[in-house]
Design a protein around this ligand. Sequence first.
Ligand SMILES: [Zn+2]
Length: 349
Amino acid sequence: MFNGEKVLDIHGHHSTPPQFRAYAYNLIALRTPMGSRLTITDEAMGEAMARHLKILDERSVDVQFISPRPVAMMHWEQPNLVEHWTMTTNDVIHQTVGLHPTRFRGVAQLPQVSVKYSPDTSNCLAELERCVKELGFIAATLNPDPAGDRQTPGMNDPYWFPLYEKAQELKTPLIVHASISRDPRITIIPHNYQYNFMTEQSLATLLLENSDVFTRYPELKIIICHCGGTLSRFIPRAQSSGIAGGGQVGISTRAPAHIEEHEWSDNLFFDTCSYDQDFLETALKQRGVSQMMFGTEAPGSGTGVLNPDTGKPADDMVPVIDRISFLTADDKKMLFSETTKKVFALYKE
Ligand SMILES: [Zn+2]
């Protein structure tokens, strides 16, 4: 809770018992979907979620929207394995939400595959519909580069339109979160998937900002994780002196002064999942407070790291946002719950 209001965290990945990963290993090793579906007892799931819930309690998070672990989505595998694994993952998320209905809401994995297997995203629609209509999920995770080979068309491309159309119809926001990369240049970088998040999410932001996607799909909501990747190093043109000359190829040139000029301020959003306060402050200034919503990714990469400024774990983000001096009480209320309730149309208290 924050000032008597529930804190909604749009960015969480589920915790599972060891048999979940073991099932995945067997699927990959045998290279064929198994005849029987994975069954995890509620007791085993409860043990796996105990630490997760304790961490949410310690971070003042009341409700978290949980999605798959992005590095375990296996979108780079052959389609029949991806389809089976995706349904298995979504069923386990559904089980988790069912065990703790006041603490979690489901965010679906989609059976995304390499563009060489599917010419567009129409293969994802049936599972999205199942998750929303049968399992009660309120959003889905979108991986901009499912094969990890940077060959998937950009998020402005008609390749994505079937998914956009279905998401708009179902009132289901799409949360952009990248996964692994097979780019050989980055393999020596420790935790190179984190670098890949930055690359793919920045590209997604730029392509959506500079396209007609939201003119085509005016009710579509897209949220890009980790503040949208990278930020701009430029002074926005609307605030410049008008001196002629030079060109600007942005890394997101958006600024609060620009918001009214674009048609996507009702469509494109970002989460606050940056553990570095300086970066987060700049993101809030460049994106605009009204375009951002609270996300922690806890438990995850920030759980075991101490923030020296707050003396708390890095992913304990409520105190970080609370100490940002330029945010008003209304701004914080927007970040912690109001914008999220507006954007996630299927969310119910
Ligand atoms: Zn994440």
